[in-house]
Design a protein around this ligand. Sequence first.
Ligand code: NAD
Length: 365
Amino acid sequence: MQIEFDDIGPAKITQLYAPQIPLRAVVVIDNTARGPAIGGIRVSPEVDVEEVYRLARTMTFKSAVADLPHGGGKAGIIADPKDPNLEKIIRTFARMISGLTEYIPAPDLGCHEEAMAWVLDEIGRVAGLPEELGGLPLDKLGATGYGLAECAEIACRQAGLTLSGARVAIQGLGSVGKAAARFLAAKGALVVAVSDSQGGVHNRDGMNVDKLIAAKDAQGTVTSFDGGESITGDDLFQVDCDILIPAATPDVICERNAAAIRAKLILEGANIPATPQAERALAGRGVLIVPDFIANAGGLIMAAMEYAGKSAGEAFSVIDEKIRANTERILVKARREQLLPREAAERIARERVKKAMRYREYSYP
Ligand code: NAD
């Protein structure tokens, strides 16, 4: 995929290189007409400019649909998150982006709250800080998983499902996956399959979520949980379930596995977890998909609330209200106008961004 410059962005693509560290990174600021761009720093050996651009665009849409006074941006640091020099890498990265004042760094894969404290130290501009520094620790609080469970309740009605008793499969039992499992189980859903980078586990009768998370925390993988049978990461996509939640890496739902997916509802916990072709093929089979920038907006909303000086309680009620309303609105619009939910959501987001750009015709970079 090529980077497409369209009527909203991307405004800036900055490549960073510091051979003495070594540090290689990219920052994409997609659009800031609605305000400074809050976007995570992804640390991964595989991250590249295109992925960062696609994630930055997702953040533009996520902020706009959630009606936050923010734009969209993202950063990628090409490194192993377990690199013993990670602090030096992140601190150097932060210093090198000190002039990109329209970008507010936040946590993402491989770069959690502790790293935000280093960024704060260096440039004083950050969201997603640890509690001890006045932050709302969105992963510890489970902001995104909480939002996914609220989204599930509304989307189930549209998909002809009842959340209580619905069977859920989750790819990636990390911060998002664990919180989604907890909040969904609290609403009566059965978690029947989960996976992580080392494999998965399946039990058609549902698993004890607390014990599952305890096993993952103790041993570092869900494969250590003895309350189900072992499956591979690929098997997870073929499990008989009602709701599938990809909560790991990009493009995991693709032409290769879309036909085997048995879920009636997919909630995109990860960013860009499905290729556009796979999303279209699944929709053609009647599978309802709530796109990433609606379903997983809980983390961004909490980061924006932290930036605005709000409390965790205030943040949770805003997540609740916005995600439920947006899920309903987008799914109804999609049905009425014969659009994919992603297309319906994108139309609303683009319209809001373009309106902000018209107001800021002369100040916009
Ligand atoms: P995390 O690092 O805490 O967890 C990721 C999990 O995915 C880990 O358990 C890992 O083992 C697993 N994983 C990695 N590769 C896998 C594979 N091939 N198959 C199965 N599992 C695999 O990350 P996270 O914060 O939970 O984020 C997960 C996704 O959600 C990312 O795409 C992130 O951008 C997105 N997201 C996160 C938040 C947030 O609040 N943390 C908000 C919005 C979107």
